[in-house]
Design a protein around this ligand. Structure first.
Ligand SMILES: [Zn+2]
Length: 631
């Protein structure tokens, strides 16, 4: 997934990570500020504590869904049939549910099943326990979703691009699938699935599976996912959709009015798959398509296999934000092919994916471009290090009673990335690439813990090449180790020189030479506007570069944040429109945080939020309710 966390700011520096001469002072300061090093003990077991199911005794192998989607009732109803494997001869199988009504349970060819529901747990939901015997092969659960669902987002026509038809999509990661399907809600086991989905006749359904390319007249769509996946990757979207092909194995779905723009923006996708294959082996999921969702989608992208779900905020008109697609595509190897066994090991999904994403971007757009991405990522990591408590700063986490979404910070993404970059630098790129390709091949369609990866790493990279790397410090300790690799971006150095000149001369035209700047140079520039920048200086920049009107969501979001911080209020109309339209949590959180920093700002935030909240998905409004003290 990409990406929950804030776009951020640290001091002016183009050097990532400590250990470098003069320019790295900022990094050293950031490190020194974090408190004492906290070690996370190696766990006693690799059990997933975020499921109530007994998956180590008996487990689902295949799931068949026969469901109907009702927009009138905002409800999914139907049957989930689990084909099971009884490993220990268990006399019951436990499923995770959350906010589901269970109507009936049958076994095998229709005999009535006995079941009980457990106590409701705020974090994990309610266990559904079904009596079985050792010969039971199938468990069918008739159920319906309720308004308490956390996975489903039901959009009114007004919230779509076309404004005529409603829209619905699911978000399964991390533990939300149980709120639209009764499942064993753990990434530790993999299932194949098939589905028959009935939707209103004028709409099309698509899933993380084999997909239709046209609407049909019946409103009934059938799906097959023959490759085994963790259940958080079962995904469904329903809307007024059309498909455009990009090449023989890639394409894009979106509402008709957006399709041309989406197909242009994602035009490089076929090449991206080719470059990814050259790096780390064949793409094993048949097709790679993307669906561009309405703006309420709370994330940048979600790597649902065969069909990435993506935010429309990447449609910038100039392909400048497609690193996000490289990220989701990379998950076809790290995450979807080789999956974290528990959410404590989330960095195995995300750190590897950020590394792979940047290698794809380097292959396609060059090293300068990728260095900028890495440095922006480093800035994110530094802010996260300042904000996260020390027990959440190690790669391996002990989440236990915490929500797994708490693991979705830049520690997993960027600290994970810099660890792999260190391994690459230490072993040499060629050796590391061979190692990584073999790793994906050895663990394909499997799940893995940090400890299993550690063993594999030592046996296949550290020992053969006699490397000395502090791998336990990286994996199990808080803070950022001193040997974090450094990234230097000459392009960003140029931006910083312009910025310095601007503050010296107070003259936009003389100091800033931005005609060839990429989005990333602009992001670096705006992020590094100094504390104490005056509203008049902001107005000068705005008059010259029209940043308040930027159609690039990344640029607009950071510009709005800085404007709020510096008391530049010529953005109010555009800020409100942005917050009401867009539901991507990465943008919302910093903006509401900045507004809420003053009493007047907080009033403004609450007024805007009242209008905007109905447009947001659960994962976004859940966070913002808390931020604004509304729950
Ligand atoms: Zn991701």
């Amino acid at each position: 997934m990409r990406k929950l966390i804030y776009l951020t700011l640290i001091g002016l520096t183009s050097i990532a990570c400590a250990g470098n001469e003069s320019e790295s002072n900022e990094s050293e300061t950031a490190k020194a500020d974090s408190t004492e090093v906290v070690k996370v003990a190696h766990p006693e077991d690799d059990i997933d504590h975020h499921t109530l199911s007994n998956y180590t005794e008996v487990r689902t192998k295949h799931l068949h869904l026969d469901i109907a989607v009702s927009f009138e009732n905002k409800q999914i109803t139907g049957t989930a049939t689990h084909t099971i494997e009884n490993i220990t001869g268990a006399d019951h199988i436990d499923f995770d549910t959350k906010g589901l009504n269970i109507i009936a349970v049958t076994l095998d060819e229709g005999e009535a099943g006995e079941y009980t529901m457990g106590e409701y747990d705020e974090l994990l939901g309610t266990v559904l326990s079904v009596k079985i015997n050792e010969n039971t092969e199938k468990v069918s659960i008739q159920y319906e979703t309720t308004e308490k669902t956390e996975a489903l987002d039901w959009l009114m026509p007004a919230q779509t691009a076309g404004k005529v038809e409603p829209f619905m999509y699911t978000q399964g990661q991390s533990i939300f699938t149980r709120s639209w399907i009764p499942v064993q809600g753990t990434p530790a086991i993999r299932i194949t699935y098939s589905a028959k989905v009935t939707v209103p006749k004028n709409l099309m359904a698509v899933m993380s599976a084999s997909n239709p390319v046209h609407k049909n007249e019946t409103g009934i769509y059938e799906f097959d996912m023959p490759q085994a996946i963790p259940c958080y990757l079962v995904a469904l979207a329903v809307g007024d959709l059309e498909f455009a092909e990009i090449d023989h194995r890639t394409g894009v779905y979106s509402e008709p009015s957006m399709l041309k723009d989406c197909a242009y923006e994602l035009g490089d996708m076929g090449n991206m798959v080719n470059e990814a294959e050259k790096l780390y082996g064949n793409y094993l999921w048949d097709r790679y398509d993307v669906i561009v969702l309405p703006p309420s989608f709370p994330f940048g992208g979600m790597e649902n296999p065969r069909l990435t779900f993506a935010t429309p905020t990447i449609i910038a008109g100039d392909r400048s934000l497609v690193a996000l697609i490289a990220h989701e595509l990379a998950h076809s190897w790290s995450g979807n092919l080789v999956t974290n066994s528990t959410w404590n090991d989330f960095w195995l999904n995300e750190g590897f994916t950020v590394y792979f994403e940047r290698r794809i971007m380097e292959a396609m757009y060059g090293k300068d471009y990728t260095d900028m991405l890495a440095l922006l990522g480093y800035q994110d990591l530094m802010r996260t290090m300042d904000e996260e408590t020390t027990d959440m700063q190690s790669l391996k986490l002990q989440l236990m009673s915490k929500h797994p979404d708490d693991a979705m910070s830049d520690i997993a993404y960027e600290k994970g990335y810099f660890f792999l970059r260190l391994l690459e630098q230490t072993a040499g790129r060629d050796n590391f690439d061979v190692f990584l390709k073999n790793y994906f091949d050895s663990y394909k369609f499997k799940t893995i813990t940090t400890e299993e990866f550690r063993t594999y790493l030592v046996a296949n990279l550290i020992e053969p090449y006699k490397l000395e790397v502090n791998i336990d410090e990286w994996m199990y300790e808080s803070g950022l180790p001193d040997n974090c690799p450094q990234v230097i971006s000459t392009l960003f150095n140029g931006v910083e020189a312009n910025l310095e000149q601007f503050y010296k001369t107070n003259d936009v035209k003389k100091s800033i030479h931005a005609s060839n700047w990429t989005t990333h140079e602009w992001l670096h520039f705006i992020r590094n506007l100094k504390e104490g920048t005056t509203p008049a200086q902001m107005a000068m920049l705005d008059a010259e570069y029209h940043l308040t009107q930027s159609g690039n969501s990344e640029v607009a979001a950071i510009w709005f944040e800085k404007s709020i911080n510096f008391g530049y209020n010529k953005i109010d109309k555009e800020l409100e429109a942005f917050l009401v339209k867009i539901g991507r949590r990465k943008f919302l959180m910093p903006l509401y945080t900045a507004l809420a920093a003053t009493p007047e700002g907080k009033e403004k935030a609450i007024a805007i939020y009242k209008k905007a909240r109905p447009n947001y998905h659960y994962v976004s409004f859940n966070s913002i309710d808390e931020l604004l003290g509304l729950k």
